[in-house]
Design a protein around this ligand. Structure first.
Ligand code: ASP
Length: 457
């Protein structure tokens, strides 16, 4: 017999069926026992009577079972509209216990359980309805993103994870290189330079759903590794990039979250200056009613300042990153009035959270050189860190620009979660640990030796 799922069983009244899954609850009422069987589509009520009772008493909650039985319509008064198969139940005739579960260390679907326990037993936590739903919806959103960019003639191209440091303003994760003791790869803070090099390579339209790595102190909306939708285009304008992004987010809401309301039918553009004056920050929450979490207010913040003063280092630093182009009128004189210079840079904001940002890039090697120098890089430093990019720009580089959206953060808001950890299957704890795998952890002396490393105790 072929297995059927909880979503299919209501159409099988009178038939013999085979079902497989987890015994979510086991209720023993002496002459009759019930199991709510859970599979990937939901729950089905199983009924055990007569000689099946002895067997069913061995089943503990969360054990894995296979059953065969007959589908019966439930009397009207016992219909349960909360479960997908709620109009029917199964009179079980055969039970196989595939594996017995110990008592779970935590109840499922109980958000008062400490998050550390949920993360340690993540494979159990994902059995909960909300986490499982979050992950399936995450897949649907990723899928919609891929369809959107594919339909606009973009290609998804993978870029390396073991790479060289690329500045996004955070600390790098370093990977010691066995092939060159004493040297290190860095995990990319974003594929920024690779995507620009893909523009030099003539790919013209790139996107990628990609992991980024930043060694920052973790917070509610940060993880050491997080997922970006990364986009880059040649021969483009800020408006074209914003329009593509706008079409994407509106489509996402319309198709996957039809119950939500948009504060404005389109994504409004507001300048950095106006946002600071009106809202006192550069990620304005433009919702009409902030207590209603089904209201979504997207906005683009545009015309960011090119530089910000870094008091700790006593130097000007790029507001976004050093590849961001000054507005045309600032290209020749940003050094004279760095505090006033405007960048071709934009952010996407949702309900008061920054969920993305991007810019038109500098494609003139001399302007890029001047920006690096102005930010305090030495000639040798520039050559060492960015020589490959500047050299590439000497072989015919198209004007280009792009954007990246922080998908974990955007999904957290859309799924009405508190923390980005609730939209990530195997999230790290607040202090950056993998509590399930127990990482970071010590390594063997022999591994260190191979890498030419010695620990300072
Ligand atoms: N690489 C940038 C970031 O991670 C986004 C971009 O400029 O496209 O914020």
């Amino acid at each position: 017999m072929q297995r059927i799922l909880s979503s299919e069983v209501k159409d099988q009244v009178g038939q013999s069926v085979l079902m497989r899954g987890w015994a979510q609850t086991v209720r023993d009422h002496a002459k009759v026992a019930f199991i709510d069987l859970r599979d990937r589509k939901g729950l089905t009520q199983l009924v055990f009577t007569g000689n099946m009772l002895e067997e069913v008493r061995k089943v503990t909650p969360e054990s894995v079972i296979t059953i065969e039985g007959k589908v019966a319509e439930r009397p009207q008064s016992l219909v349960n509209i909360n479960i997908i198969s709620g109009t029917v139940e199964i009179q079980v005739e055969k039970l196989t216990i595939e594996s017995i579960a110990k008592t779970l260390p935590m109840p499922l679907d109980d958000r008062t359980v400490s998050e550390d326990i949920r993360l340690k037993y993540r494979y159990l936590d994902i059995r909960s309805k909300k986490m499982a739903e979050n992950l399936r919806l995450r897949h649907k959103m990723n899928n919609l993103i891929r369809e959107h960019f594919t339909s606009h003639d973009f290609a998804e191209i993978e870029t390396p994870y073991i790479s060289k440091s690329t500045p996004e303003g955070a600390r790098d994760y370093l990977v010691p290189a066995r092939i060159a003791p004493g040297m290190f790869y860095a995990l990319p803070q974003s594929p920024q330079q690779y995507k620009q090099l893909l523009m030099v390579a003539g790919m013209e339209r790139y996107f990628q759903i990609v992991r980024c790595f930043r060694d920052e102190d973790a917070r509610g909306d940060r993880q050491p590794e997080f997922t970006q939708l990364d986009v880059e285009m040649s021969f483009t304008s800020p408006e074209e990039i914003l329009a593509l992004t706008e079409e994407l987010v509106l489509d996402l809401v319309k198709k996957l979250f039809p119950e939500k309301t948009l504060t404005t039918p389109n994504v409004p553009r507001i300048s950095f200056k106006e946002a600071m004056e009106k809202y006192g920050n550069d990620r304005p929450d433009m919702r009409k009613d902030t207590s209603n979490d089904d209201e979504l207010a997207f906005a683009f913040v545009v015309d960011f300042p090119l530089f910000e003063w870094k008091e700790s280092e006593k130097r000007w630093d790029a507001t976004h990153h050093p590849f961001t182009s000054p507005a045309p009128e600032w290209e020749d004189n940003f050094e004279k009035h760095p505090e006033k210079a405007i960048a071709l840079q934009y952010d996407l904001v949702l309900n008061g959270s920054e969920i993305g940002g991007g810019s038109i890039r500098i494609h003139k090697p001399d302007v890029q050189g001047r920006i690096f120098e102005f930010m305090g890089h030495t000639k040798e430093g520039i050559q060492d860190k960015f020589g490959h990019l500047l050299e590439a720009f000497e072989y015919g580089v198209p004007p280009h620009g792009g954007i990246a959206l922080g998908l974990d953060r955007m999904y957290t808001i859309l799924l009405k979660e508190q923390s980005i950890r609730d939209v990530i299957a195997f999230a790290k704890s607040g202090d950056g640990r993998d509590l399930m795998m127990n990482a970071p952890s010590e390594v063997d002396e022999s591994q260190l030796k191979e890498l030419g490393l010695k620990l300072i105790k």
